[in-house]
Design a protein around this ligand. Structure first.
Ligand code: TXA
Ligand code: MG
Length: 321
């Protein structure tokens, strides 16, 4: 693998230059930072797998500026998915659609569908519009680790492996896109994410959930152990677990409301007021802070199972033992 002096900046022409040269660049999106490369060039896409240390059976999302571009890569659009795209693109929505031959098999790991998303972040939009090709981009973290929501997070882990990080500030949604397909005549959600179930059903009607395939998964982001910190993380009743782990150095990850805790316990509250969008926005940075702190064990609790709380809880469950 080539060794680079990684630069961070806001220069779209530099990012576009590297991408045209077949290299990987980190780009901001409204959900998490992506590790982007030319989706139509297998030699460029291979580098994404190398940089991330990602197994090649885990397919990549292809980013496009809009619906018009999506129709160049999807052979057809089932009506409910078209309605979702028309309502929520650009935004935190990824659609699994029958792929056209122009998309390399490497991008979809040989699967018949391609994952397409039009991101809303203005820098991602500008970059996609400046390029003559779409961008394959997984989250810009080493495989299995917590997704990055700032340019600094990307730098800390991929420094030296990529030439450029486009810095678009902190991601305002903070959690990956919701992944949706159409299976057996029904709209199917494969990954909870930045677009809430309520918003999906208001457009597409009732959906079926397929969130937990573990063998040959349709969306390996749904593997049980994912988004995981290196520290031991326990999900459950915090008061009970404080007693159980009282001999350890404890970090607490609460959804809402500060607690009176013994001195020395590091406490992070995702949203003091209980705003679930704010909780999603803060989740990955909080996990990183706790993972890099002195604590031995992270005690976490779930958020209410509604709105973006579902996606937050999904990530917490996959991060916990
Ligand atoms: O918000 C997001 O979706 C971010 C930003 C960068 O767009 N991307 C992201 O990518 O989260 P990644 O690779 O970390 O997660 C994408 C998930 C993976 O679990 C992958 O298995 C699934 O989407 N996926 C991608 N293409 C697929 C396909 N053709 N069929 C089934 N699953 C697919
Ligand atoms: Mg990921």
């Amino acid at each position: 693998m080539t060794i680079f002096t990684t630069q961070t900046g806001v220069d779209l022409t530099v990012a576009a230059h590297w991408l045209r040269a077949g290299e990987c660049v980190a780009m901001p999106t409204e959900t998490v930072y992506g590790l982007a490369a030319n989706a139509l060039d297998p030699a460029a896409v291979v580098k994404i797998f190398e940089v991330k240390n990602r197994p090649s059976f885990d397919p990549l999302i292809v980013h496009v500026p809009d619906m018009a571009a999506a129709t160049r890569y999807a052979a057809s659009f089932p009506a409910p998915l078209r309605a979702l795209a028309e309502r929520y693109w650009p935004g935190p929505l990824t659609l699994l659609l029958p792929k056209r031959a122009v998309i390399p098999d490497l991008v979809t790991s040989g699967l018949p569908r391609v994952a397409l998303r039009a991101p809303a972040h203005p820098m991602a939009q500008a970059l996609l519009r400046a390029l003559p090709f779409p961008l394959a981009a997984p989250s810009a973290n080493p495989f299995g680790y917590i997704s990055p929501t700032t340019a600094r997070h990307v730098y800390d882990q991929l420094q030296g492996k990529i030439p450029y990080i486009l810095d678009g500030g902190p991601c305002h949604i903070g959690i990956e896109s919701t992944i949706i397909g159409f299976e057996d005549g029904r709209t199917t959600v494969y990954r909870m994410g930045g677009l809430a179930l309520e918003e999906i059903e208001s457009v597409a009607g009732p959906v079926q959930l397929a969130l937990n395939q573990s063998s040959n998964p349709a969306a390996p982001g749904m593997l049980k152990s994912h988004y995981a910190p290196q520290k031991l993380m326990i999900l459950g009743d915090i008061e009970e677990n404080l007693l159980r782990y009282s001999q350890k150095k404890i970090g607490v990850l609460a959804c809402r409301g500060f607690r009176d805790l013994p001195a020395g316990v590091l406490q992070i509250v995702l949203s003091p007021s209980g705003d679930l969008a704010e909780a999603a926005q803060n989740l990955f940075a909080a996990l990183r802070t706790l993972d890099q702190s002195e604590v031995d064990v992270i005690l976490a609790e779930t958020c209410p199972e509604e709105g973006l709380g579902r996606a937050v809880n999904d990530r917490l469950r996959r991060a916990a033992v």
